[in-house]
Ligand binder design. Sequence first.
Ligand code: NAP
Length: 286
Amino acid sequence: MNSQTQLIGLIGHPVSHSKSPEMHNGMFAKLDLNYVYLAFDVPPSHLKEAIEGMKALKIKGFNVTIPHKVEVMKYLDQVSEEAKQIGAVNTIVNDEGRLIGYNTDGIGYLRSLIEETGVQLKGKRVLILGAGGAARAIGYTIANSPIGQLTIINRDQNKAHILRKSLEQYTKTDVLSIEQMEKGVKEADIIVNTTSIGMAPNIDQSLIKKEWIQPNHLVSDIIYNPLETKLIQEARSQGAQVHSGLGMFIYQGVIAFEKWTGITPDPSYMRLKVIESIKEKGRNTC
Ligand code: NAP
């Protein structure tokens, strides 16, 4: 064991429903690592001081969540190329006084998708629903994989075009309107919902009509509250392969854990800890 306890923090506003403390503290305990993970509710007016405090107190690492993922970048010494391209940081490592920002959301999503479904991405046509923060992270990562084509549909079409412009340097990318959803679904191999449609408490909502989904589709929804959305349930009933959002949350945490500690954690144990916590408290957030 290390002689001095290392602190990892989550900064966001709010943070009270996060499952990250249970997930990381459970893993630290299982591996007998002398680390502790705490959530700090930091309003935007105190973000700068929180980051200065991280340096002053030699806090080893932070996770960063809404609303600080973009703003925090200007207080860091270095930002990874991936996080720069995505335009957001969700993980900070304090490397002996130098604060380095990363984004583990996109790569966490991709690792979970591949490990849980076994999908071969080469040449696949991918439809992303949404153009918010999660769509930017997933879009960047998936556009840099060997897929054949990316289509974006978002309620606010301007945001979809901004995302398209940032991704078309990596893969063929286009935008469809929300009215063209049926066409987008029918022409896709993989459909990824990154919008908040279907999230609790609005669990009876889906952007896609059940009958548009075919057995050859892979339907992925990054929401994990509920653990299975209406979209995932309907896709399964149509015979499609499905992938739900918990894996993304687990793997973004796995990659952050590796960056802070240099140790590879056990994803299935982290998943168990999160599911236990969801069952205990009945609420969750990223
Ligand atoms: P965000 O930046 O606020 O983006 C929200 C997206 O949802 C936007 O594309 C927005 O469209 C769309 N949307 C919201 N309400 C809508 C409606 N009524 N009709 C159509 N589209 C609507 O949020 P985010 O950070 O990307 O998160 C999105 C979801 O992903 C949340 O449910 C979050 O919990 C989940 N998430 C999961 C993980 C994980 O680890 N599994 C990680 C991150 C996020 P407009 O642009 O038109 O407003």
